[in-house]
Design a protein around this ligand. Structure first.
Ligand code: DP6
Length: 341
């Protein structure tokens, strides 16, 4: 403690954490409990090195309200609602207000899994700033309360989110399957729109569960997809991983389309890319599509396929940018020296 510093303030040392986004290979789409944010089924994802969020949290009794800044812009109370509710859950009643400053190194509005890296970094930084001690399992359970996919972003490489059997969510957390050095894959992200998505994942999955006639079969079919994906990743069977990834994606989007009103996340450029990748495959380039609750198209491939996929994407008008990602590392705290130097 620095001499002369107020003891009350030093109880709350600021903390900074970095987390990477992840893209699900076997998708999460549906909850069995809204309040605890428990998934209806498990999911498997790949953490990506190129998409990163850095968040600094400082609790301070002298603040008169929470201060939440994202990419240099102060969020309104409404925009910050989910973050504030998360801090309330984490720190409990009567907590000190917090200053949260978060930066994404990728376009937030493009809907590129920013809630996954965002809540993972926030969880790690806030837990540290509160001087709490939490195991990786506990951290993942906490991050899940912020956003289901964030539970996976605490870990690097290939990660599985488990669906527990109890109502209290104690078994609903993510576990690392294989770290980022297990397999050198690439994910190319074709950004086709920078508009904020119309219907976010939370609302989309709620509508799907309530109205799709196929929801029950979707949930029931997940266990087998997860078993097959786990094995395919272990044995580095790229064709199998790609086929399962694409199948899970189209199954999820088919399900979303069967909601009422329908959820259509694709734009015409997304469809053009889907056809182009199918054609590439026909010509012998192994590449597979996945998409989330937005029109960006992610293409999973091996390193040697990158040039021909890029060549093809460059012929498609309407692609705004292409991001190239490798398997990324686990979330981590930054040391104070690094933060302040
Ligand atoms: C389509 O994790 O954003 O990206 O738990 O309601 O915050 P909440 O949902 P979120 O859903 C992600 C859905 C998805 C598929 C996936 O990442 O598994």
């Amino acid at each position: 403690m620095t001499p002369g510093t107020d003891q009350r303030d030093t109880d709350f040392t600021p903390a900074t954490a970095v987390a990477h986004a992840n893209i699900a290979l076997i998708k999460y789409w549906g909850k069995r409990d809204k309040k605890l944010n428990l998934p209806a089924a498990g999911s498997i994802s790949l953490t990506l090195d190129a998409l990163q969020t850095e968040t600094t949290v400082a609790f301070n009794h002298d603040l008169s309200s929470d201060y939440i800044e994202l990419n240099g812009r102060i969020l309104t109370e409404n925009e910050a609602g989910r973050i504030i509710r998360f801090l309330d859950m984490l720190a409990g009643p009567g907590r000190a207000f917090a200053s949260v400053k978060s930066m994404n190194n990728f376009p937030t509005a493009a809907g590129l899994a920013s809630s996954a890296s965002g809540f993972a970094a926030l969880t790690l930084a806030a837990v540290k700033a509160l001087n709490m001690h939490a195991s990786p399992e506990e951290l993942s359970r906490l991050a899940r309360r912020g956003s289901g996919s964030a539970a996976r972003s605490l870990f690097g490489g290939f990660v599985e989110m488990r669906r527990g059997n109890s109502d209290n969510g104690q078994q609903d957390y993510a576990v690392p399957l294989f770290d980022e050095n297990h397999w050198d894959l690439r994910m190319l992200i074709a950004v086709t729109s920078d508009k904020q998505k119309e219907t976010g994942s939370t609302e989309g999955m709620e509508r799907t569960a309530a109205t799709s006639p196929f929801y029950k079969s979707w949930v029931e079919s997940q266990a087998r997809d997860l078993d097959e994906m786990r094995a395919a990743i272990k044995y580095k069977d790229f064709e199998k991983v790609g086929t399962l990834t694409e199948h899970s994606c189209f199954k999820m989007h088919g399900l979303a389309l069967s909601a009422n009103p329908a959820l259509l996340y694709w734009n015409s450029v997304s469809v053009e890319i889907i056809h182009a990748v199918k054609e590439l495959r026909k010509q012998g380039t192994p590449a597979y599509i996945t998409m989330d609750a937005g029109p960006q198209v992610k293409i999973l491939c091996q390193p040697e396929a990158v040039p021909s996929i890029r060549n093809t994407l460059e012929t498609i008008k309407g692609i705004k940018s292409i991001l190239e990602c490798r398997p990324g590392p686990a979330a981590a705290l930054k040391s104070l020296e690094k933060v302040y130097n």
